[in-house]
Design a protein around this ligand. Sequence first.
Ligand SMILES: *Cc1c(COP(=O)(O)O)cnc(C)c1O
Length: 420
Amino acid sequence: MLAINGGEPIWKSRWPSWPFMSDYAKQALEEVYDSGRWAISGPSLGVPSKEFLFSLAFAEYCQTRYCVPTSHGSSALLIALEALGIGAGDEVIIPALTWVATGSAVTNVNAIPVFVDIDPATLCISPDAIDAACTSRTTAIIPVHLYSGMADMDEVLRIASSKNLAVIEDCAQAHGAQWMGRPAGSLGNIGVFSMQETKVLTSGEGGAAITNDKDLYWKLEQLRADGRIRVDGVLRGMMDLAEVGKIQGSNYCLSEFQAALLSANLKVLDEQHQQRSKNSGLLDKLLKTIEGVTPISCDTRFSKRVFYRYVIRVDRRAFSNQKIDVIKKALSAELGFDILLLHKPFNKNPLYSPLSKKRFNISQEHTSRLKILDSKYINAESAYETCVSFPHQILLGNEDHMNAIFSAFQKVKRYAATMQ
Ligand SMILES: *Cc1c(COP(=O)(O)O)cnc(C)c1O
């Protein structure tokens, strides 16, 4: 009998937890506490701030020249758009399937998000759909490297250069992924990351924007620190941040605590990616033997795949035509952790509602361009209705954990007709 109907669950012991906790990260936090310097907007200790040291380490990890840490992934997206001069009335092309923040960041600079469908194989933005959506008002594309996929960056970059569009890579779910040997975030004009608690590199809340362009870096710095930039060689007790003010900024700075945590966690990121990769390979093999169950795969140009979520597509006909939500609940009950659905596509997502805010009520033309309710995104909507997923920490488990997931799919499929 299925666990959801009162039967014995497949798995009753623990799963790996997240965020990852370690003694050295705790020690790094204590050091910041004791140092008395908690923010880059405070006086210098005469040594580089934790925030600057993290920016160097993360830029190196991503093989880019510059990195500007931020308070959130959302603020990194926002300053990326602002640094590229995107604003009032501009159209920015984004996928219909992503976390809501990609879309709200575009509205927050008074630009218009233009949602396009995804490639059903990768769940990332479809290059053909980008091509079809370009107009004379399009200024940028935000490909999102979603779940465990990467957008087809060859095509995105080709379209962008032929139409003179900026590219902001949303890498909130892809720290360390590589496209033909080049790190995610280093291919477009700016790459943005989130270090929110569920992400693979985290400080609870946090983010970063990376670039190879010196001019963009100079703008990003001011945009995240109220118009100030960092200067070198400041004496103890003096301010690190010089008041430049060539651009109006906001305060989107990362605290010293967060920066210290990120530097500590960055050291184990690739080790954790390797463990996830090993387990995902094992799970791919197991799940593929079940008819009607297909793990999302990736193409060979995606040279280093990293997992934020492991996504599985199910053929509902093999599950007595049950709704995805019912399948999700049955799997969760067998395994003892919450199996997740995908993000809701924008046209069905209650979290996306710019017209609920007076600040976007700029003109009738603007509000009419923000409406998307009548649109259809066939592949994004179908993915939402046929995929389940689970978070990356599950892939930090062992072989028994992976076997349990396999057994749960087998069992739920066998007894699918008994689910309510
Ligand atoms: C998490 C996430 C963001 C936003 O990051 P925050 O740090 O929560 O502001 C943006 N885009 C994607 C794809 C995300 O997953």
